[in-house]
Design a protein around this ligand. Structure first.
Ligand code: GLA
Length: 363
């Protein structure tokens, strides 16, 4: 049995930029998915997971898009994606355990696809490096599951290191990554996650729609990537929706640079202001927030957070807040009270630390 541990991620800042050629700054977190893999030789794959109440799902190694749905499609998609790249496997038993809350938007999907690809690469000596694993995992999501995602989540859960964020430049192929040391804990701050538990079903169609709008705006401006847009772009575009999407992309690109700078100078109030401004832009210009996320951010700020924003694709999932450790409990109580008043289910609030990316663990 090979055992791999793969973290989830939060995105500190740089939202919806990874398919626009912008910089993104995710953080691998100390909540993970564990994948155990054992070889079979009968061209079958069996998967057991706590995501499904430990029920077994089986499919052939020749599985095709449409054959498997639900959570297991991420696993089947990875087997299919490996085969598409010439890495057919003889068969496998896989056991998947997740310590990421469901619907949290903390990339349990990237942790699963990258973990399955890493464990099978290890088991069968496929010779994949991290970039190849990330591409296999992304192709599984876009070609099999049907979500046209960027590469941020995969690169974050593979390349994260304890104490650091991963700065990714998505304007170049392959994307380059570097570490950004996060010193806020030494200065008496922590990063809290507010997992709303909300998942709005329009999420996937809206993600693809935003992507298409950004591509249209870039084409109208004659740019390869929308993140290259200058301040004149919003004047040159006529369509109000494309203007707003572009405004988010170009201001968010500037905010990532500002955030990296603030982190280097340990200017935490400034970082907080930038995080909160990112939320406003995602809510008003990119329009991917939802009432649960907006209330989580408002409540975190009311409880004294230096800054807060939604993280990930949006329409549910989680928000993050930069807070003093002693403010975490008041923040939790305030968010819970606001949610109770709306009769929404209880959110989960917990502190995360920057953790190492995917790695093999002894049995
Ligand atoms: C999801 C996708 C990423 C990225 C974010 C938004 O997490 O998987 O590729 O586009 O949304 O920043």
């Amino acid at each position: 049995m090979r055992r791999w541990d793969v973290p989830g991620r939060v995105n500190l800042i740089g939202e919806h930029l990874d398919y626009n050629g912008g910089p993104v700054l995710p953080v691998a977190i100390d909540r993970s998915v564990t994948i155990k893999a054992r070889a079979r030789d009968d061209a079958m794959v069996n998967v057991w997971s706590d995501l499904s109440g430990a029920a077994k799902v089986s499919f052939a190694t020749t599985v095709q898009p449409g054959d498997v749905d639900g959570w297991a499609s991420y696993v089947a998609g990875t087997i299919w994606s490996l085969a598409e790249r010439g890495h057919s496997i003889p068969g496998a038993d896989l056991v998947i355990e997740s310590r990421l809350p469901p619907n949290a938007g903390l990339s349990s999907s990237a942790a699963t696809t990258c973990g399955v690809a890493s464990a099978l690469d290890d088991l069968f000596g496929l010779g994949l490096d991290r970039t190849a694993v990330a591409l296999v995992a992304q192709h599984a999501e876009s070609g099999f599951v049907g979500a046209p995602v960027g590469l941020m989540d995969q690169l974050a859960v593979l390349n994260g290191t304890a104490g650091n964020a991963v700065l990714i430049d998505t304007a170049v192929t392959p994307h380059t990554t570097s570490s950004v040391a996060l010193g806020w804990e030494a200065d008496g701050l922590v990063l809290a996650v507010i997992a709303t538990g909300a998942h709005h079903s329009l999420a996937d169609g809206e993600y693809a729609a935003r992507r298409e709008e950004c591509e249209r705006a870039a084409a109208e401006l004659g740019l390869e990537w929308l993140a290259q847009a200058g301040l004149d772009a919003t004047v040159r575009l006529e369509d109000e929706t494309l203007k707003a999407r572009t405004r988010h992309v170009l201001t968010e690109t500037a905010r990532v640079r500002g955030a990296v700078n603030a982190i280097a100078r340990r200017a935490w109030p400034q970082l907080g202001t930038i995080l909160t401004a990112s939320h406003a832009s995602l809510r008003d210009d990119f329009q991917v927030s939802c009432p649960e996320l907006d209330v989580a951010v408002e409540a975190a700020l009311e409880a004294g957070a230096l800054g807060a924003r939604m993280t990930g694709a949006g329409f549910g999932g989680s928000a993050i807040a930069l807070v003093a450790p002693e403010q975490v409990q008041p923040l939790r109580e305030r968010v819970e009270a606001r949610y109770a008043a709306h009769q929404w289910s209880r959110p989960e609030v917990f502190v995360v630390h920057a953790a190492d990316g995917a790695h093999r663990v002894p049995n």
